[in-house]
Design a protein around this ligand. Structure first.
Ligand code: ATP
Length: 362
């Protein structure tokens, strides 16, 4: 069993605390992605698992072992870095087998492992090449191959696809997922790209300023973000936010905001929200939820500033009341910049957050 457990770990650099006490449990065989904006502490957390960074306090466990004070080589983790970290003077085969050679593995066993890794990663044709004669994607596959042959308890990935172009990134994303499905090794993967996180992870850990904002499977994060930070971070284009208040009136509960915004809350949602009447709240609605076909869908008035045709649909960018707002409209829609349109929103997809704390109201 190679679950990873971080118990109350902290990290300070000098007087600056970048990770306040943090708890995280990663199950055996799970693929967990740490995601968050630059500087939120993802890499530091990963490096504390690897042992490349010492935790200032707290405990790191891998399986049943307390590895907090173990040096990296004894933790049985393999790390794949953004910059590949290949030895330029060695061939692909030598790069993949190097760790085994250092540990005194027999030549025959190294060759066997290298051949198997090369087969899995489609590197068979390149085994005698030097890294300089490989593409970025091939180099990253060599780096992954080197990680595989160690048969680690845990794979650690630190933004491994950042140096690849967009198309290759998508291909490698799939390759790493398939690899995980095949090897079933516990994996912790760091990225700042929320799409990468959502598409690869069993569970996504959203971090902000060294803290975990929410840890959940991708769909839960998308459908039920627990606060404004997660709501804004997950999803592209981002969720729209309109600040206003909840009011009782005209046949039920209403969300009202400056600029004449008035949204009737469906009865199914009103019961829970009723407790927050009079309080400042934020309505969140994703751009993809502005094309309701329900006859009684709440409508928002969008002053269009620009349109972005994307093929399957078009984005209308502008303002709802005073809030910046992006709505999805039909590709064939004749809407032009400076038009004012009514967008029907999916009432069941509305999110509400308390303005003061940012927490979701459910
Ligand atoms: P990015 O996506 O930009 O790589 P990250 O989320 O991985 O960011 P970390 O690299 O973990 O963030 O850094 C977290 C914080 O710790 C940052 O504010 C960073 O400046 C700081 N930090 C990291 N390493 C050191 C160090 N060796 N000395 C001082 N501060 C550091």
């Amino acid at each position: 069993m190679s679950q990873v457990r971080l118990e109350q770990i902290t990290k300070s650099f000098g007087s600056v605390t970048v990770i306040p006490p943090l708890d995280l449990e990663i199950a055996d065989r799970e693929f967990v992605v740490l995601v968050g904006p630059s500087g939120c502490g993802k890499t530091t957390t990963l490096r504390m698992i690897a042992g490349l960074e010492t935790a200032s306090s707290g405990t790191v466990r891998i399986g049943e072992r307390d590895v907090t004070d173990l040096r990296p080589g004894l933790r049985n983790c393999s790390m794949v870095f953004q910059n590949y970290a290949l030895y330029p003077h060695m061939t692909v085969a030598e790069n993949i087998g190097y760790g085994m050679k250092v540990r005194g593995t027999s030549k025959a066993d190294i060759e066997k492992s290298v051949a198997e890794a090369a087969r899995i990663l489609n590197l068979g044709a390149y085994l005698n090449r030097k890294p300089s004669a490989l593409s970025g994607g091939q180099r990253q596959r060599v780096a992954i191959g080197r990680a595989i042959v160690r048969q680690p308890d845990v794979f650690l990935f630190d933004e491994p696809l950042s140096n690849l172009d967009a198309k290759l990134r998508i291909e490698m994303r799939t390759e790493i997922k398939l690899l995980h499905r095949r090897l079933q090794t516990t994996a912790v993967y760091v990225t700042h790209d929320q799409v990468e996180a959502m598409t690869m992870a069993d569970r996504v850990v959203v971090m902000n300023q060294g803290r975990i904002e929410q840890a959940a499977d991708p769909i839960t994060l998308y459908e039920a973000p627990s606060n404004l930070f997660v709501a804004a971070f997950i999803g592209a284009p981002s969720m729209n936010f309109v600040e206003g208040v909840l009011e009782r009136g005209d046949g039920g509960l209403w969300f009202k905001a400056d600029g004449g915004v008035a949204v009737k809350i469906p009865d199914t949602r009103a019961k829970r929200l009723d407790a927050f009447v009079g309080q400042a709240v934020v309505l969140g609605i994703r751009p993809e939820h502005t094309m309701s076909s329900e006859a009684d869908a709440p409508r928002l008035t969008l002053q269009v500033r620009d349109i972005e045709p994307l093929g399957p649909h078009t984005l209308a960018l502008g303002k709802v009341g005073k809030a910046t707002f992006t709505g999805q409209i039909h590709a064939a829609s004749p809407v032009r910049p400076d038009d004012t349109i009514e967008v029907p929103i999916e009432a069941q997809k509305m999110h509400f957050f308390l303005k003061q704390t940012g927490m979701a109201i459910r």
